[in-house]
Ligand binder design. Structure first.
Ligand code: PRX
Length: 632
């Protein structure tokens, strides 16, 4: 078992030890896991090569540590507690013993389809237990899972399948989300019809009684093939540095990249951070509302909780169905002790009024988490008062797909909390602020670019199929450091507040979107000549998507707007739909032909008074035009 910090002195001493001797610190943590063969060295690293290797030559299997290891003491305890979309439909409680059986059956089914260690398997599924079972089954046999959020379009799914060269896609027939009934398999069919030559089979989980189109050569029902399998499957011996999963995420340039995490370090770090950040105690009920399609779901619905023998709640639906009290109804119904959600959800529910949480008893909540985007002060206070009754501390957890686990967060009842601050780095995390020249800023009460000076066990290993890209994106801006892409502020006591991205990535409702990616999608519309996308402040989403578009013949009608929005939904998915389309006559460009995005961001935000120096523009006259058309 991983260790648990209990008070401030223990945090200070753990942090000190982790900085003075990181290898000794993580060696001690890693010893709490089952290794089939001990590692010979804790760490090899060279940030100039984007290289970090942890627990070298160690052999383990994360599912052995998530499941088999708990059977003796907690075989009958609920591992996954599943709340369906419809509040009156039956809840599913899957014990550790049952989960192990089902994971083994699914693993044996995967083997029977010819899936072997190292093969990639894509998941495109709603929030059903079979998604967790499926990814654990991959990990059991050493196949690499790559979950694609089921809100992405067929095109986006197709691109990810091909980038990963996946052999198998696992999906459901339908996805129930609130009042919506989404034909998931149809999207998969569309993606595969676009051409995915590496795909051999499609495993379909039945989530409805509807019929679906069937390809007899390719499609296999989960309930036919999985349930008949043997319930034993020996866990594959995985090297610490064997790939565990690929998760695609957006960057400032090009197509989304496949962030690669490996078995050993990811296991140790997610377990450690889950235990400490949520102060999980035996028999607590823990709920993270994220979707498993994002890193938060991987690390803090599936792996972190199961590694700790926790009961993890999984919710199929949405916060506002059948009414905006649903989250709080679930907290009361299942006696949730730790609740982890995103600021967007908090803001959306706050806007529905205090009467919704007031109908429920939330006194059993011990810790409230926030993740994915900066939490504004108003939302923080509302969460604290109306959900936490001013007694459950808020852990504002800062991290990224690439970091695998939480890097900066308060520890509840151990370190203090301050609205909008993710506060202090966790043990093992050497977080620094640097200026644009890459010099470390030592003083407090400053702003800077957030970098990490030393690897931690779940740091990104590579971007799938393109290690140079990994080097360039994360390790080249400031040699010798991992650059997060975020700007941050440090207060006088050293607490860190993450302000937001400093690159061309926008954070919409806690989801990362590359501006270039959205522009590429917009440009697919035949009547679009050029576009530029920036983020702008949005009351609920944190940031919204603002698109400046030059259209053919300077068309500006609403039909064209709708068509463009639909094009983006088709290319990426509904989450990337622009919130505001501004047809313009030109875009502000520098002599080298670069769009001056700083200016576009200010105009989108309605901040016209401090536009800064525009003398380097080749078309400065466009500025007044943009301001004028923004105002009308
Ligand atoms: O800008 C930061 C923001 O989300 C980015 C990472 O996005 P993603 O890889 O999708 O992972 C989200 C879930 C871990 C970061 O670069 N971000 C994440 N958490 C916070 C945050 N910004 C401010 N405060 C946070 N707590």
């Amino acid at each position: 078992m991983t260790s648990q910090i209990k008070n401030y002195d223990e945090y200070v001493s753990a942090y000190k030890k982790s900085i003075e001797d990181p290898e000794a610190f993580w060696d001690q943590e890693a010893k709490g896991f089952t290794w089939f063969e001990a590692y010979s060295k804790v760490l090899n690293w060279d940030f100039n090569q984007a290289k970090s290797e942890w627990f070298i030559n160690g052999k383990t299997n994360i599912t052995y540590n998530c499941l088999d290891r708990h059977i003796k003491d907690r075989g009958d305890q609920t591992a996954i507690l599943w709340e369906p979309n419809e509040p009156n439909d039956p809840v599913r409680k899957i014990s550790y013993k049952q989960l192990l059986d089902e994971v083994c059956q699914c693993a044996n089914a995967l083997k029977s389809f010819g899936i072997k260690k190292g093969d990639r398997v894509i998941f495109y599924m709603p929030m059903v237990p079979e998604l967790a079972i499926g990814i654990l089954a991959c990990a059991r046999i050493g196949a690499v899972h790559s979950v694609v959020f089921a809100g992405f379009s067929a095109q986006a799914l197709h691109d990810r399948i091909n980038d990963a060269q996946a052999k198998l896609v696992v999906c459901s027939d339908y996805n129930k989300r609130g009042a919506k009934f989404i034909p998931v398999k149809k999207v998969v069919d569309e993606a595969l019809n676009m051409g995915c030559p590496s795909i051999e089979k499609c495993l379909v989980h039945r989530n409805s009684s509807e019929t679906v189109r069937w390809n007899w050569d390719r499609d296999i029902w989960w309930h036919h093939e999985v349930h008949k399998q043997n319930k034993t499957c020996i866990a594959e011996r995985m090297d610490s540095e064997d790939m565990l999963f690929i998760l695609y995420t957006s960057g400032s340039t090009g197509k989304p990249k496949g962030v690669v995490h490996t078995c050993g370090g990811y296991m140790v770090y997610t377990a450690y951070t889950f235990r400490n950040v949520f102060q999980y105690e035996d028999r607590d009920i823990y709920w993270c509302t994220a979707d498993i399609g994002w890193i938060t779901g991987h690390s803090y619905i599936v792996y972190g909780p199961l590694l700790n023998g926790a009961t993890t709640l999984m919710f199929e639906g949405v916060p506002t169905f059948p009414d905006p009290g649903r989250f709080w109804a679930i907290c009361e119904k299942h006696n949730v002790n730790q609740f982890y959600t995103a600021p967007t959800a908090i803001r959306a529910l706050m806007a529905k009024g205090n009467e919704w949480p007031a109908q429920y008893d939330l006194s059993q909540l011990k810790v409230l988490g926030s993740v994915g985007e900066p939490i504004n002060e108003e939302a923080w206070h509302w969460y604290n008062e109306h959900i936490g009754y001013q007694t459950a501390p808020i852990v504002d957890t800062w991290w990224q797909t690439e970091t695998g686990g939480i890097l900066i967060s308060p520890l509840p009842n151990i370190t203090d909390t301050k609205p909008t601050y993710a506060s202090y780095p966790l043990p093992g995390i050497q977080a620094v602020l640097v200026n644009h020249e890459g010099q470390e800023i030592i003083e407090n009460e400053v702003e800077g670019l957030l970098c990490i000076k030393h690897p931690w066990p779940s740091i990104i290993r590579t971007t799938y199929g393109d290690h140079e890209r990994c080097k360039n994106v994360y390790f080249s801006a400031f040699p010798g450091m991992y650059f997060t892409g975020d700007g941050a502020r440090r207060d006088k006591d050293g607490r860190i507040r993450v302000i937001g991205r400093v690159d061309d990535v926008i954070n919409v409702s806690g989801h990362r979107m590359g501006t270039a990616e959205v522009e590429n999608a917009i440009n697919q519309h035949p009547k679009v000549i050029e576009s530029a996308v920036v983020g702008f402040p949005h009351e609920i989403k944190g940031e919204g998507i603002y698109a400046y578009i030059i259209s053919q013949n300077h068309l500006t009608d609403d039909n064209l707007k709708q068509e463009i929005i639909q094009t983006v939904a088709k290319e990426i998915g509904p989450i990337a739909k622009p919130d505001h389309i501004h047809f313009v006559e030109g875009l502000p460009k520098t002599r080298s032909g670069k769009i001056m995005r700083r200016l576009l961001r200010k105009i989108a935000a309605g901040d016209f008074d401090s536009l800064g120096d525009v003398s380097t523009l080749i078309n400065p006259e466009i500025v007044d035009n943009l301001i004028h058309s923004r105002k009308v």
